[in-house]
Design a protein around this ligand. Structure first.
Ligand code: FDA
Length: 402
């Protein structure tokens, strides 16, 4: 005879950033919580995040740093649990940290400190953590939720889905959150790779000859005007053996859609009113390929300048032709043939439709007792600590409602 399920108040699926935080909050409020994960260790993404130093939040955490079909959904949770709240927790554990750039807070030493802190918070609430819980299946009955797995069976009145998105399958990412959403009638915004390198093909494949070149740019993709113009990102672009990467491109990739261009201003550091081709505009200046190349070499990395001199020379040397060349360089349009996919994407955009969730509690509107938090939800942050802040904030919202 199968043994009866272990009974809890809450079963949380996924011991990542959101699941651990939610477990800690709910358990410290007196709930009996079990946290299940199919991996052999919790928080694997936390450990590798931020190059091993975990960019655990960003002090400039405003709602416009997040993508979602409903840009208002995340506001409530983000306002109730702010970067300052998480920082207080970090400080309580005496974890040394620093601001690297643009409000991004990193551990001084290792991401392990953040994971250990979350595990200690779970321990304070006596959360049970069950690892290697593979083959998770969920059934609903009048008593609540029954969760079976290879590590045992569990029953509870509340079920939290915190199994993340599809990014980096080798770290344990699966589509379980979406499968459960379909099972319980929650809608899904098509998941897509975000914060991901872009692949160049066709004539643009020649850019890969510049592999290793890194330069500051402003990059953007999506509508330049309108109600929600695409944000512009002034950071580094890196040429890779497959195409484009670096923080500016990763940021723009979250807004990129197939068949749309990615726009790049290749010389954002020039003083306002100054042009790349300025030297050619001086009285009696030479106007030929050599002077054009020299002008580019004066402002850009040499390999990039040489490449552009080969492919972006003006069609003639009139002022109008030079102006057109200048405009092209300040709004260079790449036409990526794709992304490097979920294997390389730092996050998954899209996910469980926020219209089906309560904005304050993350509970499913039509399925009482099911909560969805973290990356599984259609809320995706910019690069720079925003995705963890969403994981913490959505987890606290649910944890306080359980
Ligand atoms: P997360 O993916 O953390 O956790 C989901 C958990 O569910 C995992 O433990 C997984 O094993 C488990 N799971 C999945 N499927 C399951 C199944 N079928 N059965 C059982 N368990 C299952 N963000 C940021 O703000 N700052 C940063 O520095 C970084 N750095 C970074 C680096 C890299 C390389 C990546 C890939 C990502 C980042 N991120 C980041 C993004 C950040 O890691 C991410 O947004 C959060 O971890 C999301 O937290 P969740 O808890 O929602 O999912």
């Amino acid at each position: 005879m199968p043994s009866p399920p272990r009974v809890y108040d809450v079963v949380i699926l996924g011991a990542g950033a959101a699941g651990l935080m939610c477990a800690a909050v709910a358990a410290q409020r007196g709930r009996r919580v079990v946290l299940l994960d199919h991996n052999a260790q919790p928080g694997r993404k936390i450990l590798i995040s931020g190059g091993g130093r975990c960019n655990f939040t960003n002090i400039h955490c405003t709602p416009d740093r997040f993508l979602s079909a409903n840009p208002h959904f995340a506001k409530s949770a983000l306002a109730l649990y702010t970067p300052q709240h998480f920082l207080e927790l970090v400080n309580r554990y005496r974890i040394p940290w620093h601001e690297k750039t643009l409000g991004q807070l990193f551990c001084d030493h290792s991401s392990r400190a953040i994971l250990d802190m979350l595990l200690a918070e779970c321990e304070r609430g006596r959360t049970d953590i069950v690892l290697n819980a593979r083959n998770i299946q969920v059934d609903r009955s009048s008593d609540g939720y029954h969760v079976s797995s290879l590590a045992g069976d569990f029953a509870a009145h509340a079920l939290v889905i915190a199994t993340g998105g599809l990014s980096i399958p080798k770290l344990g990412a699966t589509g379980l959150a979406y499968d459960l959403a379909r099972q319980f009638g929650l809608r899904i915004i098509e998941p897509r790779p975000a914060l991901v390198p872009l692949v160049l093909g066709g004539d643009e494949a020649r850019w890969t000859e510049l592999t290793g070149v890194s330069t500051e740019v402003v990059a953007w993709s999506g509508p330049a005007q309108g109600r929600r113009p695409a944000p512009r990102f002034r950071e580094k672009m890196l040429l890779t053996h497959r195409g484009l990467s670096g923080p500016a491109i990763l940021q723009a990739s979250s807004y990129w859609r197939p068949d749309e261009p990615v726009h790049v201003d290749l010389a954002p550091a020039l003083a306002p009113g100054t042009k790349l081709i300025q030297p050619l505009l001086r009285p009696r200046a030479r106007r030929d390929e050599t002077s054009f190349r020299q002008a580019l070499r004066a402002a850009l990395p040499q390999r990039l300048a040489n490449h552009l001199a080969d492919i972006a020379a003006p069609a003639g040397w009139s002022n109008a032709a030079l102006d057109t060349a200048e405009c092209n360089l300040r709004d260079w349009q790449f036409h990526p043939v794709g992304t490097e996919g979920f294997e390389k994407a730092e996050v998954t955009a899209g996910g469980i439709n926020t219209d089906d969730l309560n904005t304050r509690t993350m509970e499913a509107r039509s399925v009482p007792g099911i909560f969805v938090i973290g990356e599984a939800v259609d809320v995706t942050g910019h690069l720079g600590g925003f995705n963890f802040q969403w994981a913490w904030a959505s987890a606290v919202a649910a944890g306080n409602a359980l």
